[in-house]
Ligand binder design. Structure first.
Ligand code: AP5
Length: 211
């Protein structure tokens, strides 16, 4: 399985990629996680990309492409979460796939209206121990769990201002990629307003059906 998850912030790309990865063994590659890890490391690169992340702007293409490149070749089966986000990244992905003689099976777009996304992102909590994603109401963090002891924290870029900016960037630059993949007949659209398990089922079904 080699799939790209498209969709606005809060549609559930990270949530679904974690679940599908657990279920199928496919590797979850999240460029957002790579960006946050680099920032947390305190490296020079991390410092140079922190402002983009905090504002909700895209990190420059050449940086993000170099960051994620090594991971593509690491596994035969993967789910890309947060990449590509514009046409130039999509073209770079095509080039990297040609280099490793691989093809995309599907691009799955998670569809949900902006109003719902702001509510989901404001209630998001991420485990510092495992990176697992939760929601205070829809998918509460476990209490007293050895598997995931937490702490469960809010992401620094989950401020209302940054969320609005990320959605703007999504509609301007990432949403047009649906056309890019529809032209190749590998686009699947999934209703992401459903419950978390229903969305997972629909994604897996759409990937099975893909040519
Ligand atoms: P990134 O980490 O990718 O953040 P994002 O794009 O803002 O996406 P999110 O993680 O916010 O949304 P999600 O769809 O994964 O939602 P989630 O599953 O958590 O990127 C961060 C930054 O890194 C960017 O702003 C940029 O600066 C940089 N960056 C990353 N990739 C880049 C690239 N390719 N190029 C340039 N820059 C890049 O779900 C959200 C909440 O909703 C959770 O609480 C979850 O529990 C809940 N939820 C999920 N599904 C459901 C459901 N069905 N029902 C109820 N609740 C649900």
């Amino acid at each position: 399985m080699r799939i790209v998850l498209l969709g606005p912030q809060g549609a559930g790309k990270g949530t679904q990629a974690q679940r599908i990865s657990r279920e199928t063994g496919a590797k979850h590659i999240s460029t957002g996680d790579l960006v946050r890890a680099e920032i947390k490391s305190g490296s020079e690169l991390g410092q140079s990309i922190k402002d983009y992340n905090d504002r909700g702007d895209l990190v420059p293409d050449e940086i993000i492409i170099e960051m994620m490149k090594p991971y593509l070749d690491e596994a035969d089966s993967w789910i890309l979460d947060g990449f590509p986000r514009n046409e130039s990244q999509a073209e770079a992905l095509d080039k990297m796939l040609t280099e490793i003689d691989a093809e995309l099976d599907a691009a799955v777009a998670l569809e949900a209206p902006d109003e719902l996304l702001v509510e989901r992102l404001s209630g998001r909590r991420t485990s510092e121990a495992t990176g697992n994603i939760y929601h205070v109401e829809y998918d509460p963090p476990p209490e007293d769990s050895e598997e995931d002891p937490g702490p469960f924290v809010q992401r620094e870029d989950d401020t209302e201002e940054s969320i609005r900016r990320r959605l703007e960037v999504y509609h301007e630059q990432t949403e047009p990629l649906k056309g890019y993949y529809a032209d190749r007949d590998i686009l699947a659209q999934v209703d992401a307003t459903q419950g978390i398990s229903e969305v997972t089922d629909d994604i897996l079904e759409s990937v099975e059906k893909s040519p």
